[in-house]
Design a protein around this ligand. Sequence first.
Ligand code: ZN
Length: 217
Amino acid sequence: MINLILLGLPGAGKGTASEQIVDKYHLAHISTGDMFREAMANKTPVGLEAKSYIDKGDLVPDEVTAKLVEERLGQDDVKNGFILDGFPRTTNQAELLDEITTRLNKQLTNVIAIDVKEETLIDRLSARFMCKNCGATYNKFSKKPKVEGTCDRCGGHEFYQREDDKPEVVKNRLEVNEKMNAPLKEYYDKKGLLATVNGEQAPEKVFADIDAILSKD
Ligand SMILES: [Zn+2]
């Protein structure tokens, strides 16, 4: 039985790793983002409660998110184990999760942090750029123009970055996230649940390291 949390900053590769883990271990992939969308669409009591905050532009309180997580973890498909995505983000949420997993008797078995240096994350997250003339999107790692400095689509030579993709904006976002991520790692480290993998490696290698940790149990 694997009950897992993956930790990592944006750009660390959690999404890719989650998919590979789910494929191999047949875990229920529990994403709080998806759960909120679903609960609101189905107008469940918790969904409506969450919506009342979102409509006002407020953050959904941890207790409401926790109720949703508890409902979800109680469902049938979770009996082979789960991977939690997007929760907990803070130590307060981690404490709520402890109460939930105790009540349901589904204790966490692993917390895996994918560690990547800030410079690498900034590089990855600010890789996107666009053609000024036609808006075609490029990526300096995965989708470069065929001829350097020339847009494939329109032949334009001027490019720009969206505000959100600029390195200084990305750096800021990473720092905000790291402020929450660091205490969470410490929280789970104290419980003896935390393992760390090197996310600077290629995705196959990152997964191989995760796989080695998970198949030990
Ligand atoms: Zn163009």
